[in-house]
Design a protein around this ligand. Structure first.
Ligand SMILES: C[S@@+](CC[C@H](N)C(=O)[O-])C[C@H]1O[C@@H](n2cnc3c(N)ncnc32)[C@H](O)[C@@H]1O
Length: 298
């Protein structure tokens, strides 16, 4: 049977000039992509009888499992280092679906670990600002893409915080005005989803400066905009510039993560960690993070 209405667009890889018609070829096209297959399999597994919320989190079957992974890593590290709270951040909120998912995962891991999780989203609120640099991918993103219905989003935010305004102004102000809160809840996970090289450079100001107290010694990062770009533009270029300027604070892709994450998720290739080698807690042993003996087998 041919299913109608497969949600696919030219941006998702149809050759130029082809419009999806919902025919067999479009269905095959869609299913030929591993991302589609992974998402469909996860939706199916999530619906199986007996799959509890705990199991869904454990196996990454929840919506935006990469955000759940980031919150888990942040709360685990905070707990191991004796922090009672942690902050998780989404840079680039748009309509707000990601921020709401982040808040839901924060609530789950807060209960599971006993670590209080603050959630903060940063966005201009008016859609994409004008590009400032050719590496902003101006051929892909137009001014005003991804506007926000701020009132509607705020009505659903709960305790999550939404900071609206251009990041060049809001981030330094936030770091200054919330310094006490951040000391009690250092940042442990950051989602970078600002699309532009220049905006990502600004977001990485979070990691510049001499202070460490607002950050855990290792901050898990999810880089949303890597697929389809190259190392020299967009988010990857912003990270490369940061790494060149801060050799004591390397931010890099977690090697081999896919192989030891349940169900082999494609998002594992977009998980980075910001290592602050100069953080006073960098060398504190994370008890329980790895096995501590390898006895000779019988
Ligand atoms: C792709 S959208 C984010 C999507 C969202 N994370 C989600 O998952 O639904 C990118 C957002 O980055 C925001 N943005 C880009 N540059 C910015 C800047 N300099 N300051 C504030 N927001 C910015 C835009 O307003 C836009 O809403």
């Amino acid at each position: 049977m041919v299913r109608k209405g497969i949600p696919t667009t030219a941006q998702k890889g149809l050759p130029f000039g082809r419009r999806p018609a919902g025919g067999v070829a479009d269905v095959v096209w869609e299913w030929s992509k591993s991302g589609t297959r992974h998402a469909a399999r996860n939706r199916l597994l999530r619906r199986l009888p007996g799959v509890s919320t705990d199991a869904a989190y454990r196996f990454g079957l929840v919506e935006r499992a990469h955000y759940a992974y980031g919150v888990r890593r942040a709360t685990e590290l905070a707990a191991r280092l004796g922090h009672r709270g942690v902050t998780v951040v989404e840079f680039g909120v748009a309509g707000g679906n990601g921020l709401l998912a982040l808040a839901e995962h924060a609530s789950y891991y807060s209960t599971a670990t006993g670590v209080a999780v603050r959630v903060v989203g940063f966005d201009g609120g008016l859609g994409m600002p004008p590009a400032k640099d050719p590496r902003d991918l101006p051929y892909l993103f137009g001014v005003g893409f991804y506007t926000m219905d701020e009132d509607r989003l705020r009505a659903r935010l709960g305790a999550a915080e939404l900071v609206v305004g251009d990041l060049t102004e809001t981030l330094p102000h936030y770091l200054h005005s919330r310094a006490d809160l951040l000391r009690e809840h250092p940042v442990g996970f950051v989602s970078l989803d600002l699309d532009y090289y220049s905006s990502t450079v600004t977001a990485l100001d979070l990691f510049r400066g001499p202070e460490h107290e607002h950050l855990l010694p290792r901050v898990t990062c999810y880089l949303d905009d890597l697929p389809g770009t190259i190392e020299q533009i967009g988010e990857a270029a912003a990270i490369a510039d940061f790494n060149a300027a801060y050799p004591d604070r390397p931010t890099g892709r977690v090697l081999g993560l896919r192989a030891f994450t349940p169900l082999d998720p494609p998002w594992a290739d977009q998980i980075y960690v910001h290592h602050r080698l100069d953080h006073p807690d960098y060398a504190c042993l994370e008890v329980g993070a790895t096995g501590d003996q390898l006895p000779l087998e019988e």
